[in-house]
Design a protein around this ligand. Structure first.
Ligand SMILES: Cc1cc2nc3c(=O)[nH]c(=O)nc-3n(C[C@H](O)[C@H](O)[C@H](O)COP(=O)(O)OP(=O)(O)OC[C@H]3O[C@@H](n4cnc5c(N)ncnc54)[C@H](O)[C@@H]3O)c2cc1C
Length: 392
């Protein structure tokens, strides 16, 4: 477990000050935004309701695009420094059919380490980090935004960046930022096992697909095994919990489920899909807080880092006096992620049809190269460079 970050400011101290930018949520999206804003000279406050290090339901795989954004942030050496496990391949199995798909550069890294290192960089870049604070955006005013910081009172900020993740509620009720969720959404669930089964080898991602959802396993930098799943809520209910449901998916794919799985303490997420407008006035939204589909293609962290980086010039332009109403962040976001979201939704559609999945795996098992256009999230992703400096 990485060492924690000692806050330099109390919630009371943070609430008593006026900030240029207040970033809500210290996941990859919020930290990437805070790093860029602080480096751009903005007085930046980054708050999170949790203290770091903290774990999170996640497959913990950084794809090539995520590693690329880390590199662009000057953190290219960080994954190796903290022991991230380089990934060589993903093994996908369904109904006893298995395909091994080689991966371009990718790595497995616990969210405790990744998120803590990103916040550390935000603090090094000049941002103030205050953990243990539940933030809430207040109704808009003409010149500044007010954000309630738990019981400490309201902080004033010229711009707010909402990066509070999939279940985030900090901007609930803010006009123009209503959240839409797909009716047939799956839910996420995860657990980290101290050692996990021997068949989970370092450097390989294991994905088991079944009718009720899919389960991924990967060995982390400290030898633990991260288990993350996207499951149909009805399937989970009928199996009396995510542990039994995930065990059934693994067994159905042909892999022996770890005995401890069903009895482990799982953590869940709300519905996985999410769509919302990414800006309303002086409030910008990044990461899962504004859009997510499903984890299968393993690109959520890349999307979050990318949007966190890409929003920076738009926010700095508003801080420099540009009209927030004329910001081009909405169009930039669509250009960055619209195509990836559509591709991910298509993959999610296929994953709900096990016969199609098995047919695809049969092809991939003899011709792994054929998987490239089908599972592009593993191999490509978006790049923040596609949308630099596009404010107003
Ligand atoms: C089952 C599953 C497996 C996945 N596997 C992968 C994978 O292998 N690779 C990959 O790239 N992506 C994966 N993802 C997606 C990835 O986890 C997310 O896309 C990513 O974490 C989103 O980052 P974020 O910064 O937007 O939000 P988060 O990482 O969720 O961070 C949000 C932060 O906001 C804080 N917060 C929330 N509300 C408040 C509030 N009111 N006040 C203050 N703080 C608040 C939270 O404490 C949290 O720290 C997976 C997701 C799931 C569900």
């Amino acid at each position: 477990v990485p060492a924690g970050i000692t806050p330099v400011l109390s919630p009371d101290g943070a609430a008593g000050r006026a900030w240029d930018a207040l970033v809500i949520g210290a996941g990859p999206a919020g930290s990437a935004a805070a790093i860029g804003l602080a480096r751009g000279g903005a007085a930046t406050l980054l708050v999170d309701r949790a203290s770091l290090p903290r774990s999170k339901v996640c497959g913990c795989c950084l794809n090539t695009a995520a590693l690329g954004v880390l590199g662009a942030l000057g953190l290219g050496g960080m994954p190796a420094r903290v022991g991230a496990v380089p990934l060589q391949a993903v093994r996908v199995a369904s109904g006893g059919v298995c395909a091994r798909i080689p991966l371009p550069p990718a790595a497995a890294l616990s969210r405790e380490s990744l998120d803590t290192e990103l916040v550390r960089e935000a603090v090094r870049s000049g941002a103030c980090f205050v953990p243990g604070v539940v933030a809430r955006v207040m109704p808009p005013t003409a010149e500044a935004c007010l954000v309630m910081l738990g019981s400490a009172g309201a902080a004033q900020a010229r711009v707010v960046v909402v990066a509070d993740g999939l279940g985030g509620r900090s901007a609930d009720g803010f006009p123009g930022l209503e959240v839409r969720v797909w009716k047939r959404s799956r839910i996420g669930a995860g657990v980290v096992l101290d050692s996990g089964p021997d068949w989970v080898k370092p450097g390989v991602v294991y994905m088991a697909c079944g009718k009720g959802g899919y389960v991924g396993l990967v060995r982390l930098e400290d030898g633990r095994v991260d288990v993350a799943a996207a499951l149909d809520p009805l399937f989970v209910r009928s199996r009396h919990g995510p542990g039994a449901a995930a065990s059934e998916v693994l067994a159905g794919a042909g892999w022996t489920p770890p005995e401890v799985l069903a009895a482990s303490r799982w953590r869940g997420t709300p519905a996985l899909s999410r769509r919302r407008c990414v800006q309303s006035g002086r409030v910008f939204v990044v990461g899962d807080a504004c859009g997510y589909v499903e984890p299968f293609t393993g690109e959520g962290i890349a999307w979050s880092l990318t949007t966190g980086v890409a929003v920076v010039p738009h926010v700095l332009a508003v801080l420099a006096g540009a009209d927030a109403g004329r910001s081009t962040w909405v169009g930039c976001y669509r250009r960055l992620l619209g195509g990836r979201h559509r591709a991910c939704r298509s993959t999610a559609w296929v994953l709900r049809r096990p016969m199609l999945v098995r047919a695809a795996l049969r092809v991939f098992s003899v011709a792994p190269w054929a998987s490239r256009p089908v599972v592009p999230g593993f191999t490509a992703g978006c790049t923040a460079a596609a949308c630099q400096g596009g404010a107003t």
